[in-house]
Write a protein that binds this ligand. Structure first.
Ligand SMILES: CC(=O)N[C@@H]([C@@H](O)[C@H](O)[C@H](O)CO)[C@@H](O)CC(=O)C(=O)O
Length: 307
């Protein structure tokens, strides 16, 4: 559910954080970025300061500036702005959760702390509960991304009984490949929770398993194709949905062979949108532009000019 009571569904772009060439947050291109998503990709929902947004490499103050800018510039253009407020420090997460309310976010999401890892699902739930309590009126989502957090608890165990302790709990962003865990989360959840899948290359499988939508990085520049997958799936046209998902897989696999990572992904968005998003922040290092351009060529050759 979003802030206005509607369940959050459909395609959500996990935004990149624009930086200047010197590595400072660059708020000046956010308006242009939103226009590109809305007008060229048909994407009107965003997930800010997540993995793609390099949140854990940003200061609390930078995350606040970004949350404010995305919410302000998105007014009247975007339907939902979900702000990720997860940090290793509970206090920082709570501060960001309170700030998200002031900024006008439609919901907040939280990952597991990653350095001192929760020893079990109950302790992670307690952490989430303490963050959610700082912004009790905002829809709250658990962001499950074991490949990045190194926390390999089952999402199913984390969300068990969660609404009793987090009344604002409204679902999961599941960025993992374990469709057994994902399917059981869907199967055991009440109907008002949303299940947003986060591995773009296999969204179709998750849709079959009951996903309500998706959050991902590639929807920044291949959102229009994935919107067609959702549309074909809704109409029951599996042949068309598969054809388009396979095309996206071909591109992502090609990119992986070229060394796909956040730096390349960010450069792909700069190339596709014409908006300079700058380098990633250290410790990540910029991607060789010619490598990104090879992937862009592949994208055009597989998808035509539809992007
Ligand atoms: C590990 C990672 O970055 N996963 C991406 C995917 O969109 C991923 O880039 C895509 O599936 C290509 O592998 C998202 O799940 C991340 C995300 O939604 C976020 O930025 O919060």
């Amino acid at each position: 559910m979003t802030h206005d009571g509607k369940k959050l569904t459909g395609l959500v772009a996990a935004t990149f954080t624009p930086l200047t060439p010197k590595g400072e947050v660059n708020l000046s291109v956010i308006g242009q970025y939103i226009d590109f998503l809305v007008e060229k990709q048909g994407v009107r929902k965003i997930f800010v300061n997540g993995t793609t947004g390099e949140s854990l490499s940003l200061s609390v103050d930078e995350r606040k500036q970004l949350a404010e800018a995305w919410c302000q510039k998105g007014k009247g253009k975007l339907e939902d702005v979900i702000v990720h407020v997860g940090c290793s420090s509970l206090k920082d997460s709570q501060e960001l959760a309170r700030h998200a309310v002031e900024a006008g976010a439609d919901g907040i999401a939280v990952i597991s702390p990653t350095f001192f890892k929760p020893p079990n699902a109950a302790s992670l739930r307690l952490f989430l509960q303490e963050v959610a309590a700082a912004a009790p009126a905002l829809p709250f989502y658990y962001y499950h991304i074991p490949s990045m957090t190194g926390v390999h608890l089952l999402a199913l165990d984390v969300v068990e009984g969660i609404e009793k302790v987090i009344p604002s709990f409204r679902g999961l962003k599941f960025s993992g490949s374990d469709l057994l865990d994902f399917g059981q989360c869907v199967s055991c959840s009440p109907g008002h929770w949303t299940h947003l899948y986060g591995m773009d290359e296999q969204l179709l499988a998750a849709l079959a398993m009951g996903a309500d939508g998706a959050v991902g990085s590639t929807y920044n520049y291949m959102g229009s194709t994935m919107n067609k997958v959702l549309c074909a799936f809704d109409k029951g046209d599996l042949e068309q949905a598969r054809k388009l998902q396979f095309q996206m897989q071909e591109i992502i696999l090609f990119a992986i062979k070229q060394g796909f990572n956040l730096a390349m992904n960010k450069q792909l968005m700069s190339e596709m949108s014409g908006i300079s998003l700058g380098p990633p922040r250290l410790p990540l290092i910029p991607c060789d532009v010619t490598k990104a351009q090879v992937v862009v060529q592949k994208m055009y050759s597989v998808l035509g000019e539809q992007q």
